[in-house]
Ligand binder design. Structure first.
Ligand SMILES: *[C@@H]1O[C@H](CO)[C@@H](O)[C@H](O)[C@H]1NC(C)=O
Ligand SMILES: *[C@@H]1O[C@H](CO)[C@@H](O)[C@H](O)[C@H]1NC(C)=O
Ligand SMILES: *[C@@H]1O[C@H](CO)[C@@H](O)[C@H](O)[C@H]1NC(C)=O
Length: 364
């Protein structure tokens, strides 16, 4: 009797907690919209999204979404900016569960990235309220992989972003791993990025943690502040921690750049700690206040001052004759209260460090 009651209670609890109706496993794109309306636990299995269409996943509050199989996105003839997928929702859980989201990058890649034919961004995340997005395998992003945009209180973990196929013939470009703007309280952790541009690029927002990321092939762990055409004002980034990350075979290890062609703004309270570098080609650490559009112009301005930049235990090695371990180009008065310790970047064959500002605890 006792056992019987317990069984009944357990059955009732199960049916309440996971309303997994058959109709909530969706195997064709045309059934997605209706399922989003009715399901709290949706499974998207092996669907192909039509060309020039965003898989627009506006989840119900508290809902879960699981991917299964391979999710494909039909090729859009290089004339659509995407994104291929957008995830929106409050308190949602999205689980990639070993599925592959295939961006079909090789069909778009022309070696020109943003400057070539129009390519779609891959995954845009706009979740809030304690959401988690995990176990996502993104393959072959046409260009930028994950854009965290107008999101808050969200954890992204166990992402595996693999655009390494784009190394061949240098065809993949601007394939940023995680771009962050207009967001707050975001953690990205325990993830792997193999690409050709920034592993992480923080453009705007506050309270971000990037932890245990392994990045290879790209441009490193970056802050890029004041790309007004991308973000608009305010050009502020505050309270960011990168910790326990490894950057391999990349142009830069750490890159903090502010745009001298933007309006005013600020970069405040940024910490990089326990970052390991290997096979870095251009700069181990590069902090520069002289970016205009997409390149450095050599004329730093203090329109976006960088305050409280902390580095601790940044170690590893450069490769090649052009490598510079540490490069700092600050505008007059543009940099203050930087505290660095344990910064040691081995650079036998390359060029000398070059700094016009000396952080406390580091001798250039
Ligand atoms: C499951 O199916 C029942 C009966 O058709 C329906 O009332 C309920 O809303 C469905 N639940 C979900 C999550 O779709
Ligand atoms: C760091 O991330 C990797 C890759 O996702 C994972 O395998 C590993 O378990 C993580 N380490 C910790 C301490 O969580
Ligand atoms: C700096 O950022 C860290 C991590 O986000 C935070 O804990 C700390 O309170 C911030 N410090 C200041 C002075 O804002």
């Amino acid at each position: 009797m006792k056992l019987f009651i317990i069984t009944l209670l357990a059955a009732a609890a199960t049916s309440q907690a996971s309303p997994l109706n058959a109709s909530c496993t969706v195997t064709s794109y045309s059934a997605v919209a209706a399922a989003l309306q009715s399901c709290n636990a949706l499974i998207l299995k092996g669907i192909t999204v039509p060309a020039k269409t965003t898989l627009d996943l506006k989840l119900k509050s508290g809902a879960s979404l699981t991917f299964a199989g391979t999710i494909r996105f039909a090729f859009a003839e290089c004339e659509w900016a995407g994104p291929l997928i957008q995830i929106k929702g409050d308190k949602v859980t999205v689980n990639g569960a070993g599925a592959t989201l295939d961006g079909e990058g090789p069909k778009y890649w022309d070696g020109k990235g943003d400057k070539g034919c129009v390519k779609p961004k891959f995954l845009k995340i706009k979740t809030t309220g304690g959401s988690t997005i995990k176990n996502i395998k993104l393959l072959n992003c046409p260009k930028q992989c994950v854009s965290i945009n107008s999101a808050s209180n969200t954890v992204l973990e166990h992402f595996n972003i693999d655009v390494s196929a784009g190394d061949k013939g240098a065809l993949g470009r601007n394939t940023d791993g995680f771009d962050v703007s207009g967001s707050s309280d975001i953690t990205v952790q325990n993830s792997i990025v193999k690409n050709q541009d920034d592993c992480v690029a923080v453009n705007q927002g506050n309270n971000f943690i990037f932890r245990n990321l392994t990045c290879s092939g790209g441009h490193g762990l970056s802050l890029s502040v004041g790309q007004s055409s991308v973000c608009g004002p305010p050009n502020t980034v505050k309270n960011v921690v990168f910790s326990d990350c490894t950057v391999l075979n990349s142009d830069n290890g750490i890159h903090v750049k502010t745009h001298s062609d933007a309006g005013t703004g600020s970069v405040y309270n940024i910490t990089y700690k326990n970052i390991k570098l290997s096979g870095i080609r251009k700069y181990g650490i590069n902090v520069q206040e002289d970016y205009e559009k997409d390149h450095s112009c050599g004329n730093p301005k203090g329109n976006i001052p960088i305050k409280k930049l902390t580095m601790s235990s940044i170690t590893g090695s450069m490769t090649g004759a052009k490598g510079i371990g540490v490069y700092i180009l600050c505008a007059s008065g543009g940099c203050s209260t930087w505290s660095w310790s344990g910064v040691y970047i081995k650079n036998d064959k390359g060029m000398k460090n070059n700094c016009n500002f000396e952080p406390t605890g580091f001798s250039c």
